[in-house]
Design a protein around this ligand. Sequence first.
Ligand code: AMP
Length: 123
Amino acid sequence: MSWTYDPTNIFARILRGEIPNKTVMETPHTLVFHDIHPQAPVHVLVIPKGAYVSLDHFSAEATEAEIVDFHRTVAKVCAILGLSGEEGFRAIANAGANGHQEVPHYHLHILGGRPLGRMLERV
Ligand code: AMP
């Protein structure tokens, strides 16, 4: 499988500092910022700084350092935002057309702060 990364996507522009974002935390490999259209009281996006299109691209081709940093950052941000433990949260990674991915740079949505209902609408 090969992936084609579009460097003009909006998260690439955020990473280049061309447009602003509300940063929650940043590491050498990972950036966490608030979603511009939050769908829950807490809604942040965790993105790798590397040029990866989707979760499967990241999982296949990112370095171990990038993957470890990404997931350790998820843990830290859940703790910072008060989502760890009983209350919980939901993590969503949309990919491609069926996943309804709008921005073609891998991002993990972290949502919480209220009951989020069923995982998927029943059809
Ligand atoms: P997805 O459908 O999984 O690709 O989600 C893309 C997400 O990016 C949506 O929840 C948007 O609200 C969010 N988004 C788009 N542009 C920005 C931006 N400039 N800053 C923060 N979040 C954004």
